[in-house]
Ligand binder design. Structure first.
Ligand code: NAD
Ligand code: MG
Length: 392
């Protein structure tokens, strides 16, 4: 994007989170190319104020500002801030780094307004993939993934994206996607021990430092289920051509096997700065020396293992929901969000996450997902069910 002209405006949704802070580090190294035109956060007013005084965006939104003290003049408050920031005239790129289904409306609005959405908020595509595709096909908006595995797939597919076909970034000639998973903190644990894992165990991710929700998702492998669905929606590749393999070092971020049998992989140190930069600059590669360099000998050996589906039932539940379609992916996502929130709050044990999701899919998985109202109703029903769930 814009090398010679004025820096491109970015709306950063979720500016105070893990990806939001990563994005600020990346943009700080490229002031001639990028600037922040809008910033939002959920409730962390102090962190948002610090970011605003540093970047001076034209639009600031605090979604959940409370009522204790008045906000600075001009700040937007409430959920509508997200859509306002996502459609702001001064932003050409919307970096959606909100966590959870709360990010969907902004993704839809940004795509509808012709923006590039640099998408970290994978839940958007799991909940509303078909709607986002419809919005993209109807106009000039586009979605470029920030998730490291999907950034890797896009990089492996360089020059082959576009043309006819399903998906937001249609591809031809792919035999198989091989999506890597670190395996999380419980990779080597016995199944019974995983079922009783404590919160502090789940929050100890071996290779990535991330927000709490995605860290728990990485421990249960719900994150990998969300990513399989995300890959299907983004690239239109059928589920039977998407595989997951455990790769504990998190150096190979994913691989594409082509029709001739050749496999291309993307490698790098586990840092989200690279996929953020790639999504902002796509299809260009921008010169950047900020990310630690890859050292093949130092990271050796690189190993791969089969997924233990019996120990991590959430992965299979999510992929089955993706295959089923309709409202099932929305139910999976919402049930997972609600169960993880209760696990984080100490109200449910770890083993209840797959159990609550399975119950929600059994009760609600056959619902249709034809439009936004139907999807949001399924999402709400799944949350209500899991809220009342008692672990046996
Ligand atoms: P985080 O919890 O660190 O940050 C979330 C951000 O969103 C915060 O700024 C918060 O204020 C805001 N937010 C939270 N709830 C909101 C709501 N209801 N409305 C508006 N804003 C809200 O999360 P994160 O780790 O940065 O992850 C953000 C997204 O990126 C998630 O979808 C996650 O799956 C995805 N992702 C993250 C990583 C990573 O390394 N952290 C990697 C890949 C994908
Ligand atoms: Mg990922």
């Amino acid at each position: 994007m814009s090398a010679a002209g004025a820096p491109v405006g970015i709306a950063l949704l979720g500016a105070t989170g893990s990806i939001g802070e990563t994005a600020q580090r990346v943009v700080a190294r490229h002031p001639e190319r990028f600037r922040f035109a809008a910033m939002t956060a959920n409730g962390n007013r102090d962190a948002l104020e610090a970011a605003v005084s540093r970047w001076a965006p034209a639009f600031v939104g605090l979604v959940n500002g409370g009522s204790a003290t008045a906000l600075p003049a001009g700040w937007c408050q409430g959920t509508e801030c997200l859509v306002q920031a996502a459609t702001h005239a001064d932003a050409r790129i919307v970096l959606n780094a909100v966590v959870g289904a709360a990010g969907l409306e902004a993704t839809l609005a940004a795509v509808g307004a012709g923006k590039r959405v640099a998408l970290a908020n994978k839940e958007s595509l799991v909940l509303g993939g078909a709607l986002v595709q419809r919005a993209a096909h109807a106009g000039t908006g586009e979605v470029i993934p920030v998730d490291s595995e999907h950034s890797a797939l896009l990089q492996c597919l360089a020059g082959r994206v576009g043309g006819p076909g399903p998906g937001l970034l249609p591809v031809a000639g792919v035999r198989r996607f091989i999506i890597t998973a670190s395996g999380g903190p419980f990779r080597t644990w016995e199944t019974e021990r995983i079922r009783g894992a404590r919160l502090e165990d789940a929050l100890r991710h071996p290779t990535w430092s991330m927000g709490r929700k995605i860290t728990v998702d990485s421990a249960s492998l719900a994150n990998k289920a969300l990513e399989v669905i995300e890959a299907h929606v983004l690239f239109g590749v059928p589920y039977d051509r998407i595989e997951v393999v455990v790769h504990p070092q998190s150096i190979v971020h994913s691989m594409v096997e082509f029709e001739d049998g050749s496999v291309i992989a993307q490698l790098g140190v586990p840092s989200m700065e690279l996929p953020v930069l790639y999504a902002l600059g796509y299809p260009d590669r921008l010169p950047d020396a900020g990310v630690p360099r890859f050292d093949p000998v130092g990271t050796s050996p690189l190993t791969f293992e089969a997924v233990r589906h019996d120990a991590f039932p959430t992965l299979g539940l999510g992929i089955a929901a993706g295959r089923k379609g309709g409202a099932a992916p929305a139910v999976f996502n919402a049930a997972n969000e609600a169960a993880v929130a209760r696990f984080l709050g100490g109200a449910l044990p770890f083993r209840a996450i797959p159990a609550a999701i399975e119950l929600a899919l059994t009760r609600l998985g056959d619902r249709s997902g034809d439009d936004l109202d139907a999807l949001l109703a399924a999402d709400a029903a799944a949350r209500a069910l899991v809220q009342e769930y008692h672990a046996p």
